[in-house]
Ligand binder design. Structure first.
Ligand SMILES: *Cc1c(COP(=O)(O)O)cnc(C)c1O
Length: 385
């Protein structure tokens, strides 16, 4: 898996330029930065103006701190009481949606003479973390009065921000803004209010508020087909392998487990040394890879460590030639959305599904790339170095 850090930096710059002045960019680097490397993505994000990082669990936050990241880190989700000392030690910002957690955090921080920054999570319709919008004022007033806590943020999340029908998102924005009005009336000032993920950032400018939380978009992947595009934002990750074997098979020969493919005539096939053990979808006679810039269809059922493709229409293909599983080769491209369709899932799971077995190779075309972001990145000639 090649990760182009120059392209990532360019994407963050284009996103910054697309944003209204004063909007804080929060870079979501949970699940190892969607598989791209949390520390690598975080460092590029912070270098390109992101003000904050967001992760989902304590280990993810600790990894960033261990790597020397000193920027604010918002820990999303909810915490067990036993995790609170580490949150203080790592100087994390806590998401809170439950009074009991707020009380425990307050007691601990107060006993240490500290004030822990807190973002109160509001459930405006996602139906998972957070206090229900209609019942949130009490929790907010309590948190605001606790000496060990500093009420810094107020946030919520959209279950449907990237589809054409935005009616539920507008409903949620209304609920959030009503609560915000109640807070103002109560004289409670919350400096960092945030609602938007990538879909909301692109399509719901009224919901930008003080900060957006974006994970997918900086990687050059759009959350859906219908959301707005930012010209120049391009995919950062490419997954490559090579043809381990190229051989001829005869009419009636079978390929792969379950005998799912039988050659209708003489065929030239290739064997790729990757499979679902690397995060490639488990497919049967479905999908394709790119060889010499052309589509080679997958034949038969692939396995943990191998995937077979039909090369009959690509006579120039030879053993150890480069094969692209995700990304561009020549004029052709396989997107995470293509892979998601073959895998029966969404692009998010395709990205996070590439296993650690695939080495991550960082291409740092940084400054050159940044000076001419219009230029397409050169297809790199080597893998696994
Ligand atoms: C993952 C996540 C995000 C980021 O979503 P993207 O669509 O990847 O930008 C934002 N907010 C919350 C609460 C999340 O869990």
């Amino acid at each position: 898996m090649e990760i182009d850090l120059g392209r990532l930096a360019a994407n963050f710059r284009l996103i910054r330029e697309d944003s209204p002045a004063g909007l804080e960019i929060g870079s979501v680097v949970k699940d190892n930065g969607y598989g791209f490397g949390a520390v690598a993505v975080a460092n590029v994000a912070l270098g390109r103006g992101a003000g904050r990082l967001l992760v989902s669990n304590l280990d993810e936050a600790a990894e960033l701190r261990d790597a020397g990241v000193s920027a604010p880190i918002l820990l999303m989700g909810e915490r067990m009481e036993a995790e609170l000392p580490a949150c203080l030690e790592l100087n994390l910002t806590l998401a809170v949606g439950e009074l009991a957690v707020a009380e425990a955090a307050n007691r601990l921080a107060e006993s240490l003479g500290l004030a822990l920054a807190v973002h109160v999570k509001i459930d405006t319709g996602m139906g998972r973390y957070g206090v229900r919008w209609s019942e949130a004022l009490g929790l907010l007033e309590s948190v605001n009065s606790m000496p060990g806590l500093r009420l810094e943020g107020l946030f919520s999340h959209f279950p449907m921000s990237d589809e054409s029908d935005k009616s539920f998102a507008f409903e949620q924005i209304g609920r959030f803004q009503a609560l915000n009005g109640e807070l103002e009336q109560a004289g409670i000032i919350v400096p960092c209010r945030h609602l938007c993920n990538s879909g909301g950032f692109l399509d719901l400018p009224d919901a930008h508020l003080d900060m957006v939380r974006i994970g997918l978009l900086p990687l050059g992947v759009y959350p859906s087909k219908v959301c707005r595009r930012i010209p120049g934002v391009e995919p950062v990750g490419t997954v490559k392998t090579r043809l381990a074997v190229v051989k001829k098979i005869h009419k009636g020969d079978n390929v792969g487990y379950g005998l799912r493919y039988q050659a209708p005539g003489e065929r030239r096939i290739g064997v790729l040394p990757v499979g679902y053990g690397d995060g490639y979808p488990r497919v049967r006679n479905q999908g394709h890879v790119l060889v010499h810039g052309k589509r080679a269809p997958v034949i038969g059922a692939n396995a943990m460590d191998s995937t077979m493709v039909d090369l009959t229409a690509i006579p120039e293909a030879d053993a150890w030639d480069e094969v692209v599983l995700m990304g561009r080769q020549g004029e052709s491209e396989i997107t995470p959305h293509d892979l998601a369709a073959w895998k029966g899932t969404v692009s998010y799971e395709v990205l996070t599904g590439w296993r650690s077995r695939l080495p991550r190779v960082y291409l740092d075309s940084a400054s050159a790339q940044e000076d001419s972001i219009q230029a397409k990145p050169e297809p790199a000639g080597s893998i696994g170095v």
